[in-house]
Write a protein that binds this ligand. Structure first.
Ligand code: CUO
Length: 675
């Protein structure tokens, strides 16, 4: 992974005269039997097994380093699927390493590292191996190209005269563009890493055994639903209206985006999109999307949603899994795989590839017939898509389609929501610098923080040694929830504590109804507790959240043993950034509703195969090789409408004792802290 464009060095054996000769030379000399590989980071040599026969890479030739790898185009994803399969089929770790070494300089770099990463995450012999952060491998996908150029200059200096290169907080636009107010969210390095990593863990192509994961389609729906809810929360924090979905393919796309990034393969700048551009059919060698087809696919998907049945390739219909009451919901799972679409789609010919093609058509809006030889835009890459405002507009539409299903199945009634004899008496949040609620209100505090990361591993051909960049991101003062629960049963009961947060007021200052607020609730935490009879006081830290992961940006290259995860970390490689758990709020204080529910832990419980299973960041990312750790529908209890009084959430008719809504204010301070 180190320095992706520098050739790897291989030779024929310990005493080989060719040792240390760049791979490109070896290709020219037709030297194909490689037995010694030299580590780029340490200079250490180690043997690799000879491959016999050599792998046939003819399927990959259409994709050179001059092409931009797009996660969503059928061409890229078909080739990537074959490459992943090849890596997964290597019979042992030795063969896997040889295969990777053989392929590395012969394949489009982005494609290579994507497929290799998917394989490392899924091969049993790679358990415990940590992937380096993609921002370290391809920093130009995560920060302004001018920062990379300045980092190269720093690399040439002696270590004691190097200074960190600052990534300006506003580098893609100014506040003349209203969307710039939420650029800190869209362009957050760790958020982009989360999205990239999520799609590595849940590829939509490749061998069945890695695509087919428990409730995969449902998680595609839920993780992206939460991204939209969080983005809208952030927008309301900044005085912006909620995102408007892209649902009419003939309308101009109002938002422009000028990324200032370079592609990780050919170093060309990512194309920009001016405001109000109009979609047209994409007819290129590397992408083909027809607007008429998109509309047909969408109609068919809606037909499946409204009839409750999907058409299979053999002409028979299959129930779209509309759940019987109390059952785990699987209709949304089927729909997730169908809309995305992934290889698990019930009928990919008939329902097409709606979501992926949407990414693809938007990514090529600037050069749909390739007459200018431009590559695709940021929407075509999972590592860069979420920085573009149109990502949220597109996914808001996708989310509306999922919600169309959810609102057509039975809503939750008090039986589905209640847990009689469990009473939440009080909920408080206290930040680490508070012992009491100020003015009787629970208050959360957000601020800017500066952090650093080392990009030297991605500065190909630059001098070695660390090169730090410094960036600004949102942060909050850590806090804890104190929840008082009475268990009026005679014995112990297991409770699942579900904590959500939503803004209380809409764009025009009116208080949301439950129906409006439901789709805005963001999950903050979910955990299980044994509740003893009588009063229980639960004290839970924000850092323990089941949603988040603490992104450690220290370079793995400083000490290659960092690539081996310790036991604790083994299963946690994906997650919402901890520093973005709480939306920004506002200087005057954004009023929010903190929703806490206790549901019956026995009904929610899922049995794992493994004895010790780390559930870090499992809410949006699941648990590797395991069932999703909650039997309820993802997003429960806000995934479906409620058949209870509309004003319930406002506390006017609190019949369900296992639910509590506490007012919380998020106050933002302009002060910047450095770590
Ligand atoms: Cu994550 Cu559209 O699925 O980007």
């Amino acid at each position: 992974f180190y320095r992706p464009h520098e050739p790897i060095y291989m030779g024929k054996g310990e005493n080989n005269v060719h040792f240390g000769i760049p791979k490109s030379y070896m290709v020219r000399q037709n030297l194909s039997l490689h037995t010694i590989l030299k580590s780029q980071t340490t200079g250490e040599k180690f043997p690799v097994v000879a491959l016999d026969p050599l792998p046939d890479l003819s399927f990959i030739q259409e994709m050179t380093d001059d092409d931009t790898f797009s996660d969503f185009s059928p061409k890229s994803s078909t080739i990537a699927g074959k490459l992943i399969t090849m890596f997964m089929n290597a019979k042992d770790a030795d063969e896997f390493v040889s295969l990777a070494a053989y392929c590395r300089d012969r394949i489009n770099k982005h494609m290579f590292f994507y497929a290799l990463s998917v394989a490392i995450l899924h091969r049993p012999d790679c358990r415990g191996l940590k992937l380096p952060s993609n921002a370290e491998i391809f920093p130009s996908l995560y920060m302004d190209l001018s920062v990379i150029n300045r980092a190269r200059k720093e690399a040439a200096l002696a270590d004691d005269s190097k200074e960190p290169v600052e990534i300006p907080q506003n580098y893609s636009s100014t506040n003349l563009e209203a969307e710039n107010k939420v650029a800190y969210f869209r362009e957050d390095i760790s958020l982009n890493l989360h999205h990239y990593h999520w799609h590595l863990v849940y590829p939509f192509t490749g061998p069945m055994e890695i695509v087919k994961k428990d409730r995969r389609g449902e998680l595609f729906y839920y993780m992206h639903q939460q991204m939209i809810a969080r983005y809208n929360f952030e927008r309301l924090s900044n005085g912006l209206n909620r995102v408007v979905p892209v649902d009419d393919f003939n309308d101009p796309i109002p938002d422009g985006y000028f990324p200032k990034l370079a592609s990780g393969t050919n170093n060309r700048p990512y194309p920009s999109r001016s405001p109000n551009m109009i979609l047209s059919n994409v007819k290129r060698k590397d992408a083909y999307v027809n607007i008429g087809k998109l509309k047909i696919w969408r109609n068919r998907i809606f037909e499946a949603i409204h009839t409750g049945y999907a058409l299979q390739p053999d002409g028979n219909r299959i129930k779209l899994g509309v759940p019987e009451k109390g059952d785990t919901e699987n209709g949304i799972d089927m729909l997730g795989n169908m809309i995305e679409s992934c290889v698990l789609s019930v009928n990919s010919k008939y329902y097409g590839s709606f979501h992926n093609s949407g990414h693809d058509i938007i990514a090529h809006i600037h050069d749909p017939d390739h007459r200018y030889l431009e590559t695709g835009g940021v929407m075509g890459n999972n590592a860069t898509a979420v920085r573009d405002p149109v990502f949220y507009a597109w996914h808001a539409h996708i989310d509306d389609m999922f919600y169309e299903f959810k609102r057509n199945i039975p809503g939750y009634d008090t039986d589905d929501l209640g847990f009689p004899s469990i009473v939440i008496k009080e909920v408080e949040v206290l930040t680490d610098n508070q012992t009491l609620k100020p003015n009787g209100n629970c208050e959360l505090s957000t601020f800017w923080q500066k952090s650093k990361m080392d990009v030297s591993g991605g500065l190909d051909f630059a001098q070695s040694g660390s090169v730090m960049v410094q960036y600004t991101h949102l942060q909050h003062i850590s806090f804890k929830y104190i929840i008082k629960i009475n268990n009026n049963f005679e014995g112990n009961r297991k409770g699942t504590i579900r904590i959500f947060l939503a803004p209380k007021y809409g764009e025009d200052g009116t208080q949301f109804t439950l129906i409006e607020q439901a789709r805005l609730f963001i999950e903050l935490d979910k955990f299980t507790k044994t509740l003893e009879p009588g009063e229980n006081i639960i004290d839970r830290k924000s850092s323990e959240s089941s949603v988040t992961l603490n992104y450690d940006m220290t370079s793995v290259w400083k000490n290659p043993s960092n690539l081996i995860a310790n036991e604790e970390e083994e299963d946690c490689k994906c997650g919402w950034p901890q520093h973005m758990l709480i939306p920004k709020g506002s200087a005057e204080g954004l009023h929010c509703s903190l929703f806490v529910m206790v549901s019956d832990g026995d009904k929610d419980h899922v049995e794992y195969k493994a004895k010790h299973c780390k559930k870090d960041a499992s809410s949006y990312c699941g648990v590797i090789n395991e069932m999703y750790p909650d039997r309820r529908a993802m997003g429960y209890p806000f995934d479906r409408p409620w058949i209870v009084k509309d004003d319930f959430i406002l506390g006017a008719d609190n019949k369900m004792s296992n639910v509590f809504v506490a007012p919380v204010v998020i106050r933002f301070s302009e002060e910047t802290n450095c770590v």
